[in-house]
Write a protein that binds this ligand. Structure first.
Ligand code: ATP
Length: 351
């Protein structure tokens, strides 16, 4: 049997002429938090709804806990959901909200309340059992929503943009809490967001989607350090994308674009290529260097300064730590790019 808590095999979801999810396959391990990330309309909510059983696939197979649930509606799946609007019953106390699920499924009320009390206490909500949702802060309401989902001991917990109604200042704390809870209870969780920073912060792995398909699956650092396409490089963080040609050089591969050239690390094969270079992997030094640049804009951002630098490769975005020497607009600078800083995101090998 598969080790995965969730397994999608060639899953497709069509709404009439629209293909919302197009032939996607992936596995999510037990105890893992996996985020679906992508621009509006890429299919991430549909994927979450396919896990929940709120949508059934047009083609392909969905397994949860090793069982084929492709044709089972939500009511027959053991899945908990936490939505962006917490969807707590406003006229019911915290405890009634939490115990509601097990009771409605025919569970014993006293047992549901006892388990609810234990979970509320683990979530730091003891003493609030009799309050109404309107008498709680946003963060507390979110925790009650999580408690209500966990009390049912779901195989999988789903989070649909759970922070979009949380105050911007609270967001970091609530996302840390969600992550802490997920780890403590060893929950398998699927999380949907369009916020790349949130995805990097909470996930074991991220699935980047584009046009109903999976663009890349990996850990946050895989995706940031080794994006496999222009799309992923550009969507996660900032990227300088440069088109040119890889050539064999005496000391290893060389990348050439127009009149400029730079050394590459590794064994890139010759051919047309697009490089991605993260702004913080480029250093600037006053004076002359192999690659010469001119400061076009300088933006002070507190912890760092962002420069746009005109170079023979075109304008490059550079992010310098606050501790680095500063430069003014029109200053000439040496632009230093370590050979291992660029990642090749598109490659058309020479035949
Ligand atoms: P967002 O971030 O805007 O919520 P998303 O990535 O979650 O976007 P989905 O909601 O999964 O995207 O939608 C994927 C595609 O499927 C979109 O083109 C959308 O218009 C379409 N779609 C989704 N639900 C339906 C539906 N019930 N009927 C028809 N088309 C739909």
């Amino acid at each position: 049997m598969s080790e995965n808590a969730i397994e999608f095999t060639k899953v497709q979801k069509r709404y009439g002429a629209v293909t919302a999810v197009d032939d996607i396959s992936f596995g999510i391990r037990r105890g893992e938090l996996v985020t679906f990330l992508g621009p509006s309309g890429c299919g991430k909510t549909t994927t979450l709804r396919l896990v929940a059983g709120l949508e059934l696939p047009t083609a392909g197979q969905v397994l949860i806990a090793g069982k084929d649930v492709s044709k089972q509606p939500a009511s027959e799946r053991n899945v908990g959901m936490v939505f962006q609007s917490y969807a707590l019953f406003p006229h019911m106390s915290v405890m009634d909200n939490v115990a509601y699920g097990p009771v409605i499924r025919g569970g014993n009320k006293a047992e549901a309340v006892a388990r609810g009390r234990e979970i509320l206490s683990l979530l730091g909500l003891s003493g609030l059992e009799e309050r109404l949702p309107s008498e709680l802060s946003g963060g507390q309401q979110q925790r009650v929503a999580v408690a209500r989902a966990i009390v049912q001991q779901p195989d999988v917990l789903l989070f649909d943009e759970p922070l979009s109604n949380v105050d911007a200042k609270l967001r970091r704390r609530v996302r840390e809490e969600i992550r802490d809870l997920q780890r403590r209870f060893n929950l398998t969780a699927v999380y949907v967001t369009h916020d790349q920073e949130e995805a990097l912060a909470v996930s074991d792995r991220i699935v980047v989607m584009s046009n109903g398909r999976i663009a890349q699956i990996g850990t946050p650092s895989d995706l940031y350090e080794r994006p496999n396409s222009r799309f992923v490089a550009d969507f996660i963080g900032d990227a300088n994308l440069i088109e040119g040609t890889v050539e064999a050089g005496q000391g290893g591969p060389i990348f050439r674009a127009d009149d400029a050239a730079m050394q590459l690390a590794g064994d890139a094969t010759p051919g047309k290529a697009t490089l991605s270079i993260r702004p913080e992997r480029i250093a600037l030094r006053a004076g002359e260097g192999q690659l010469q640049g001119t400061i076009e804009t300088a933006t002070y951002l507190g912890g760092r300064t962002e420069y746009r630098v005109g170079t023979p490769f075109g304008p490059l975005l550079v992010s310098a730590p606050a501790t680095a020497p500063t430069h003014k607009v029109a200053d000439r600078v040496a632009v230093e790019i370590a050979p291992d800083a660029p990642t090749i995101v598109e490659h058309e090998r020479k035949q």
